[in-house]
Design a protein around this ligand. Structure first.
Ligand code: SAM
Ligand code: SF4
Length: 441
């Protein structure tokens, strides 16, 4: 393929999709595509989709409908659907929306170059296999430009936990860990491109057990400790974890690895043991609370985040109260809460739903409590000094914004040259979703 063609990528869902979208854009970049910010005038549109809740999946079809006028104006425009909706629905997407030329699952996008050749011949292309080969090892390697100071790095994919509500084990497949030497190499390359903070990603990232260069198997703590040796890499984070894979060495790393940031996303989903059992989470609320105590014992200033589902089949008001109690006991810096959404093919989808109005009411009550805790945690930062990795200019003139070690968005008045720098900042004000501060000399 010659000449520059325009590629528009829209990403839905989790950070792993953000990482995958970058890789797909790179693979198509090697085919002469340059990424653009808007679908108007694009030669190729790629939606990288999420199937975790019904609303997320339905958004894809409404978005596709919006591209109709663009396709009518340019019959050569190619439209592709990638990600978990592609994996779950496959050919059905092309039946429901015949404009779609390409459907590619999360495990096969390294085959995009040959799929694009098929499109060039006027054919449609569909690939939703779970191939043997490692897609990351087969992606085209191009010389990549400088980039912003933070990056995601997928270290593990898939999940073997089979929580009874979740599509991930079906759309992303079985748990697979990438070899440690490739990850260390990719981390060094990111640092050479200007990255100072890397977030290690996996659907179940703390289950990481990759082949080490020494012939042994490395867990996540070992990988983090080795990555922390890279000069120029200042911050490491990881997400998302399962409580049952929070092993001793990973807990210890929170206490003794300076580059590992004091923020942990550790979803519990519910506070009632009956509901946890029905969810197939394989731990109790008490075990989760004890685990948090152990982590806080080594890192007392840890900011904790979580995920909650309300209205799970069989959840009573008493069960829901147990979730509120757990949130009160644990104290979250931030947390995400969702109304249960029945996903086709999962065991819980067969069970009777909680009344929708009741589930909505519970969601509102839980969100009010979480917001209260989030505000209190943020307000407690006023007067404290934090270190901020600055990323970009803020909305107001002369303003720069970055993230504290606790992942709070922090803005200050400061020069644009701050981007990519880490600076000490005194927090002077807590706003609804951010902190504002004063640069310290
Ligand atoms: N692996 C992670 C874990 O075990 O917590 C999270 C994976 S999932 C991409 C992110 C969150 O979506 C889950 O923690 C859960 O709260 C929510 N979720 C997953 N399936 C859901 C469903 N069927 N309905 C509502 N929320 C769901
Ligand atoms: Fe889904 Fe997370 Fe449970 Fe795996 S551990 S099945 S990704 S919620």
């Amino acid at each position: 393929m010659t000449g520059t063609k325009k590629l528009y990528v829209k990403t839905y869902g989790c950070q792993m999709n953000v990482y995958d979208s970058e890789r797909m854009a790179e693979a198509l970049g090697a085919q002469g595509y340059e990424q653009v910010e808007s679908p108007e005038g694009a030669d190729m549109i790629l939606l990288n989709t999420c199937h975790i809740r019904e609303k997320a999946a339905e958004k894809v079809y409404s978005e596709l409908g919006r591209f109709k006028p663009l396709r009518e104006a340019n019959p050569d425009l190619k439209i592709g659907v990638a990600g978990c909706v592609a994996q779950a629905e496959g050919e059905e997407i092309m039946r429901r929306q015949p404009m779609v030329d390409l459907v590619v699952g999360p495990q096969t996008y390294h085959r995009l170059p040959s799929m694009m050749e098929a499109l060039g011949r006027g054919e449609k292309a569909l690939d939703t296999e779970f191939p043997e080969e490692d897609k990351f090892a087969h992606l085209p390697k191009a010389r990549l430009p400088k980039r912003g100071p933070t990056a995601f790095l997928t270290v593990q994919e898939g999940c073997d936990k089979f929580c009874s509500f979740c599509v991930v084990p079906y759309t992303r497949g079985a748990e697979v860990s990438r070899p440690a030497d490739r990850l260390l190499r990719e981390a060094r390359e990111l640092v050479e491109r200007g990255v100072r903070e890397i977030t290690l990603l996996g659907q179940n990232v703390n289950a990481y057990h990759g082949a080490g260069p020494d012939g042994g198997e490395w867990g996540l703590a070992r990988l983090i400790r080795e990555m922390a040796q890279i000069d120029g890499l200042d911050r490491i984070r990881f997400t998302t974890s399962h409580p049952n894979d929070m092993e001793d060495d990973l807990i210890a790393a929170h206490g003794d690895c300076d580059k590992l940031m004091p923020y942990l996303h550790l979803p519990v989903q519910a506070g009632s043991d009956k509901v946890l059992k029905a969810m197939n989470r394989k731990h109790t609320a008490e075990q989760y609370i004890r685990l948090i105590e152990r982590i806080r014992a080594v890192r007392p200033d840890l900011h904790l985040s979580g995920d909650f589902i309300v209205g799970f089949p069989g959840e009573t008001e008493e069960d829901f109260q147990a979730t509120l109690d757990l949130v009160e006991t644990v104290g979250y810096g931030t947390a995400y809460s969702f109304k249960y959404s029945a996903r086709p093919g999962t065991p819980a989808a067969e069970r009777a739903m909680v009344d929708a109005a009741e589930a909505d009411d519970r969601l509102q009550r839980l969100q009010a409590l979480i917001t209260k805790q989030q505000r209190a945690t943020q307000d407690a930062m006023v007067g404290r000094t934090v270190s901020v990795l600055f990323e970009k200019p803020g909305r107001m003139p002369g303003q720069m914004v970055g993230k504290s070690e606790y992942l709070h968005a922090v803005h200050v008045d400061g020069p644009e040259g701050l981007a990519g720098q880490i600076a000490r900042v005194e927090i002077v004000e807590s706003r609804p979703n951010s902190l504002s501060g004063r640069l310290l000399g």
